[in-house]
Design a protein around this ligand. Structure first.
Ligand code: AMP
Length: 125
């Protein structure tokens, strides 16, 4: 998977299809910069995904090639979604898998928001 470069963005990835409205999602929030929806296989009582609206493969791609407005809008939306999900006070984890070692499965940049119970240490031993 290339870190940047629109030639390698897969327009048929599942999140691109959700953005185009070709397949449904359980939507939480949407604005000009981001769409948030519940993960289809939740790994915590709260497990949401926040995706930028642009064609970005990974955090590396987003950080290197998105505009300042897109980056600011996306980060603001991510924090807002956590607040709307009611986990701000109890705490939550925001994770962006990036590339092979992270086990990123969907090649459209996204942040997982997980919470609703104590999550333990960051990685299994
Ligand atoms: P990652 O491994 O970081 O790429 O995470 C991809 C996430 O997308 C996984 O947690 C999946 O459960 C989730 N996922 C895959 N397809 C869908 C879908 N159609 N709707 C919601 N979540 C999905």
């Amino acid at each position: 998977m290339s870190v940047t470069g629109k030639d390698s963005y897969d327009d048929n990835n599942i999140f691109a299809r959700i953005l185009r409205g070709e397949i449904p999602c359980n939507k939480i929030y949407e604005d000009d910069f981001a769409l948030a929806f519940h993960d289809i296989h939740p790994q915590a009582p709260v497990h949401a995904l926040v995706i930028p609206k642009g064609r970005y493969i990974s955090l590396a791609d987003f950080g290197a090639t998105a505009s300042n407005a897109e980056i600011a809008g996306y980060i603001r939306a991510t924090a807002l979604v956590a607040s709307q999900l009611g986990v701000e006070e109890s705490g939550y984890r925001a994770i962006a898998n990036c590339g092979l070692n992270s086990h990123q499965e969907v090649p459209h940049f996204h942040t997982h928001i997980m919470g609703g119970r104590p999550l333990g240490r960051m990685l299994a031993p």
